[in-house]
Ligand binder design. Structure first.
Ligand SMILES: Cc1cc2nc3c(=O)[nH]c(=O)nc-3n(C[C@H](O)[C@H](O)[C@H](O)COP(=O)(O)OP(=O)(O)OC[C@H]3O[C@@H](n4cnc5c(N)ncnc54)[C@H](O)[C@@H]3O)c2cc1C
Length: 648
């Protein structure tokens, strides 16, 4: 028996119906911006969020750099050049549409956020005179100081500012409600999307949302391969409640997905496997530019793209000779445009050359502005760093002028993982979209990290705003459609089932998540084989038929955690089916097969699109550049926004 008294009134099975013109699922970066742009068109907008919109999602705890502000006044590159680099970097396996929107509108969105109250400039002149600061605009740049398209920002101010704007504009925000399913016309899988259902995470109340247009902003899956029942809150880099509910809901409704076979060897995670992101020695992302020392204090040199040793700190922030610009930040999975500093030299070679483990990140020798901007601004504004790293380390005595931070794992990282411990990191698979950011389900739009090959704050803000505009246009010309009772009652039955099961002989959410994660490590690890993948699918079916009916929840919290794990199971099924569909290795997708039947390279250059129809898996192929000419198509689909003008 659970002896803890539940502190909220219980409202199991009690129904509430809410009608809107545009329904936004998820109040993260994309969801907030989608709701803001949709409501400005005069549509009635409802935003449903599992947590508290003010600080929820991957961007809720901050962000230290805004990538792809290609149209900011100091940028020396065009949106077209930047997107081309993003596509080339991934051999074309990237979302040309969404990243073009990001590069074209990212700067516009940053200015919107500034108007809402977010801080994007060094208004206190703290960094006056720094090489990375533009004295006139007071904007600060990261990584490539020559080309100035990535901005350093005070990201902890952004979500509270967006939240105030939602309120000011009259968006109805429903916090602490988990969306659980999509409702479709006539209750038919593959039919027009006409609403959604949800459950209150504190009271257990059931919601039926009816709407003309729905925007999916529930981010991407997590906890598929990585889970620790002992440290569940620290399982992954992303917030623990963002686990791919949207993917599972979309799959059940018949939405199309692509690149779901892509996973990368785990990088940032915790689960007892790594130290807190940005809290251990490294020189990536937030810490880019930090010096690295071996245990005897010998400095590991930075080298440029061509392997030349860089002799001064300023050189770390410039492209190599003959290179126009370089990429750095969150979405560089297969670096071609990037230079990675010391780790372009294989680690084994470093040891051969006499460097001694462990390594340390050292800011003490950097010019004052470079040191201060990493420790105090980037570490502080980056997600999850303000309290656990900046505040707590400082309180414990860490002084960036004197001390070094140890790196862990076998190099300059915060952890070492096994090859079968994988993650949807960087640019993973997701919903397939068209130029309206619409899915194959009429009425269902998608933005942010729910999209295939998506990543980053600016991308989420730009695609959110764009999806909001297009969904609002759609809603303005469509009628509300009635929901189907049998579809609603089937969902009610599904989600409440665990509270009626036998608490004595039942499984909880942690056991089930652990089981799925181990299963995925064993049967869908680094190297794929049809036989293994099929065993994995069979085992998941067994969980579905025999374990899920034996799960139990004492209260709404446990029920929501269980529903999340049911979705993790569904997402695992999508991944296994997508892996089965790709028959040969694909480097860009980090996809390795142990049973390459034949090397059909032509086929391998295609996107595999996957959806569910009843019990069947339906596949089709698309050229990776199915979106056509980016600038031309963007302008054709955005005449209202651009006013017929091209600002590229
Ligand atoms: C630690 C960290 C640091 C980062 N730093 C940077 C950076 O410096 N620069 C950068 O460009 N990017 C950064 N990113 C990435 C960036 O934050 C994300 O790409 C961005 O937030 C994605 O926006 P989104 O709206 O798609 O998802 P999120 O912002 O994660 O929002 C998804 C929302 O959906 C809600 N939700 C989930 N499931 C449900 C459900 N079933 N029902 C209702 N609501 C639900 C969640 O609570 C959440 O609020 C960072 C990410 C992390 C984790």
């Amino acid at each position: 028996m659970n002896s803890i008294k539940w502190p909220y009134p219980l409202e199991w099975e009690k129904e509430e119906v809410i009608v809107s013109d545009v329904l936004v699922l998820g109040g993260g970066v994309a969801g907030c911006m989608a709701a803001i742009s949709a409501v400005k068109t005069g549509q009635k907008v409802l935003l449903v969020e599992k947590g508290a919109t003010k600080m929820s999602g991957a961007g809720g705890s901050g962000c230290d750099h805004w990538e792809s502000a290609a149209t900011n006044p100091c940028s020396k590159i065009t949106p077209e050049e930047l997107v081309k680099a993003m596509l080339d970097d991934n051999d074309g396996f990237n979302n040309g549409i969404s990243h073009y929107i990001e590069c074209r509108e990212g700067w516009d969105r940053l200015q919107d956020i500034e108007k809402m109250g977010g801080k994007i400039r060094d208004t206190e002149d703290e960094f006056r005179g720094a090489a990375f600061r533009d004295e006139k605009s007071k904007l600060m740049f990261a990584y490539d100081y020559e080309n100035r398209f990535t901005l350093r920002v005070w990201g902890t101010t952004f979500k509270p500012a967006m939240h105030s704007e939602l309120k000011r504009l009259g968006v109805k925000v429903l916090d602490r409600v988990m969306a659980t399913s999509l409702l479709t016309e006539s209750g038919r899988q593959g039919g027009r999307c006409i609403g959604a259902t949800g459950i209150h995470t504190r009271t257990g109340r059931f919601y039926i949302f009816r709407s003309k247009a729905i925007i999916m902003c529930l981010s991407r899956p997590a906890r598929i391969w990585l889970f620790s029942p002992a440290l569940p809150g620290l399982c992954e880099f992303r917030p623990p409640q963002c686990i791919g509910d949207g993917h599972a809901m979309g799959w059940r409704a018949g939405a199309e997905f692509t690149m779901m076979e892509k996973s990368v060897g785990a990088e940032f995670s915790a689960s007892g496997r790594s130290y807190p992101p940005y809290g251990a020695g490294n020189n990536h992302n937030t810490w880019y530019g930090a010096s690295l020392l071996d245990s005897y204090g010998k400095e590991v040199p930075y080298v440029d793209r061509d392997g030349n040793i860089i002799t001064d700190v300023a050189g770390r922030f410039k492209p190599a000779k003959g290179q126009k610009f370089f990429l750095k930040g969150g979405s560089v999975d297969n670096p071609k445009y990037e230079y990675r500093g010391p780790d372009t030299v294989p680690f084994s070679k470093m040891l051969e050359e006499g460097y001694k483990l462990p390594f340390y990140a050292d800011l003490s020798g950097l010019p004052e502005m470079e040191r201060k901007v990493i420790w105090g601004m980037m570490v502080g504004e980056e997600g999850k760093t303000k309290i656990p790293v900046l505040k707590n380390y400082s309180k414990a005595g860490f002084d960036s002028e004197k001390h070094v931070l140890q790196c862990y794992g076998t190099g300059w990282t915060s952890a070492a993982f096994l090859p079968d411990e994988r993650q949807l990191f960087g640019l993973p698979g997701g919903f397939l979209n068209d130029w309206s950011l619409s899915t194959n389900l009429k009425g269902l739009f998608v933005a942010g990290d729910s999209l295939y090959a998506s990543n980053c704050y600016g991308h989420a803000a730009a695609t959110g705003h764009y999806a909001g505009r297009h969904a609002a246009l759609f809603a303005a010309r469509e009628q509300l459609t009635g929901t189907v009772d049998s579809q609603v009652s089937a969902e009610k039955k599904r989600i409440y089932a665990p509270i009626y099961n036998n608490p004595v002989k039942s499984f909880g959410w942690k056991e089930l998540n652990m089981g799925i994660s181990k299963l995925m490590q064993n049967y869908c690890g680094e190297i794929k084989r049809d036989e293994l993948l099929n065993i994995g699918l069979k085992a998941l079916k067994d969980y579905e038929q025999n374990i899920i009916p034996e799960t139990f929840a004492h209260n709404p919290h446990e029920l929501v955690r269980l529903l999340e794990v049911f979705d993790i199971l569904t997402v695992s099924q999508i991944i296994l089916n997508a892996c089965l569909a790709r028959k040969t290795d694909c480097k860009a997708l980090h996809f390795l097969r142990g049973d390459n039947a034949n090397s059909d390279n032509e086929k391998n250059e295609k996107l595999i699109v996957i959806k569910q129809v009843g019990d069947r898996i339906v596949l089709r192929e698309l050229p990776v550049d199915f979106f056509g000419d980016l600038r031309e198509n963007y302008e054709r689909h955005n005449e209202v926004y651009t006013g017929g003008q091209s600002n590229g």
